[in-house]
Design a protein around this ligand. Sequence first.
Ligand code: DGJ
Length: 740
Amino acid sequence: MSILVNEAQRIFHLQNEYISYVMMVLPNGQLGQLYFGRKIHHRDNFDYLLEGSLRSHSALVPGVDRLFSLEHVKQEYPSYGNGDFRQGAVEILQGNGSRISHLVYEGYEIQAGKPSLPGLPATYVEDPSEAETLSVFLRDPLTQVVVTMLYTIYRDRSVLTRSVKIANQGEASVQVERAMSLCLDLPDADYEWMQFSGSWSRERFPVLRKLEIGIQAIESLRGHSSHQQNPFIILKRPSADEFSGEVMGFSLVYSGNFLAMAQVDTYDVTRVLMGIHPERFSWKLETGESFQTPEVVIGFSENGLNGLSQTFHDLYRKRLARGVWRDQARPILINNWEATYFDFNEEKLLKIASKAKSCGVELFVLDDGWFGARRMDNAGLGDWVPSLDLLPEGIRGLSEKVEALGMKFGLWIEPEMVNPDSDLYRAHPDWALHVPGRDSSLSRNQLVLDFSRPEVVDYIHGMIAKVIRESKISYIKWDMNRSITDCFNESLPADRQGEVFHRYILGVYDLYERLIREFPHILFESCAGGGARFDAGMLYYAPQAWTSDDTDAMERLKIQYGTSYGYPIVSMGSHVSAVPNHQVNRITPLKTRAEVAYFGTYGYELDLNKLTEEEQEEVRCYTQFMKDHRELIQFGTFYRLQSPFEKNEAAWMVVSEDRKEALVGSYRQLAKVNIGFSRLYLQGLDPDQLYEVDGQDRYYGDELMNAGLITSDASSCKVGEDVKPAYDFASRIYRIKAVD
Ligand code: DGJ
């Protein structure tokens, strides 16, 4: 890895074994983009990549050659208004009303390692030799606004990270109206765009379309990253597939409002922009103040979508997630939500816990309803005091009793919210986000606490930390069950109201940081009405996230498959739930429910007492299977093999780092009769290694990958008395083990 600089030509080349990123200072002093992609040789001068052309009607730059126009040139941090008519990356409102900036190169600095971003989540290094960081300084000579462009290249990863700091060194205050984390101008538009979209209970379904002239964008203006869109996009060459071809991914390490956009101009240049959504955002900078944007991680792969996903999985697992749980296989838990909803007492909970214990479960999680007057979802949020009528000895007593059973204890919280019917709201109605003189909108009977106010965060911290300190808590599920409306902070002046959304999420990060520092042993799982905040920002604080409120195995196949494009398997909360399923009423086999949930953190979301003895025995086997294989599943290399969005059959697999072991999950949505033959072409095995499949047949790795694993189901070819008919929602796990 290296950052090579040609000082005379003012050219920067960030390079490692996989990628090259080349920039140069343009003739007008701005920073220009020359190349991003597969590693290329270094040469002293790359200025041939700066294409000029004399085009009619272009706006020219005073004093610069007529071939040069900001309208065509590829830039690193453009602002709209002085010749570039595309979407800008930065907009700074000045005292006289002008929004035009001219950011001129001033210098650079290179440092070993990677600096952290104050108050924000970001990828990191454990040793400075893992990465190098380039800071390029740009200054607007008129306003004295200084922009620091931060670029980190990792030594052993096909990624580059970027973020931007904007500092006001002028004498007058300015208003930052747009501060994207990333602008990347690519020299052609021959890409397909992939986004991950959905809604509550159907999060992150891949959507693919060809890039076209104009703007394609996804966004969230909900105050959280959202069920609807995810702050992760992919640009792939049309010929690229899961296993080969060039793809790049852009992941925003942030959990609030965002915009991700590709603008293709009529000269076939593609501009990718990503960052905090400029809508409803502005940030006032007084003299001497600065603003730091969140980070964007750009991943690149020549090995198709799986290659890209593996790059993100490894980075996020090892250098985004933190804490003692980062490298540990996750405990198998049981959560009482779908087992009881709000209808529980201590006796009922202990019955569920002790049956789970007898089935090998390691952690009991008490979900919503344990505090204040929270008997339904219309009261009590904000009052983080255990309800003694349900739990006579509070959370302390219950947690001790669960530990006495030989299990760990976990607790649900929703710290950002308040019900109007709560002691907290009655005491501090002004602490909920609201616009004076207007009625606030309710969602799930709740309002959003104003986490942009430090005193609110302090108060909630005090309440939650007290419960944790008094009890034996090993796990916290942090929920967030509504989008933000009425986003107004009464204690801020009018010209700072555009800061509230971002200050809110900084408040959330602050509370997380305080809790994880004070209670480093706790495993945090983030949640937002299922998967509405499944983003890279959250993974910095909580190494796992509840993937979706939809726990049906067939639905989960799709949700987990879609989520795997950007996020590691170990980060996906996945549980076996009851049938008929509570979301879709579907009855799927217990085995299939387990075999889908294996590919995640694995747990249960039902009352195991309600299963037959036989089913409980089955559950014991599944729990044991997960215990035996969780290291492989959660820390192995994951491959998507067959998409449930494309076919009736779906498949994925994980391979251990040493390629000695693999597990293949194969699923069929609906039973069909007399169907064609089928094979799965496995991935990632050692071609010369002999493997045993399910302890029986032996094949070489190259056979399993090229000739394929035969998965044809003989029973579906014939209907008759002697043949067991195929059934819906079937699954099968294949265990592949190297033979010495
Ligand atoms: C939404 C979560 O996604 C569920 O798992 C559950 O915790 C409920 N909230 C509780 O209100």
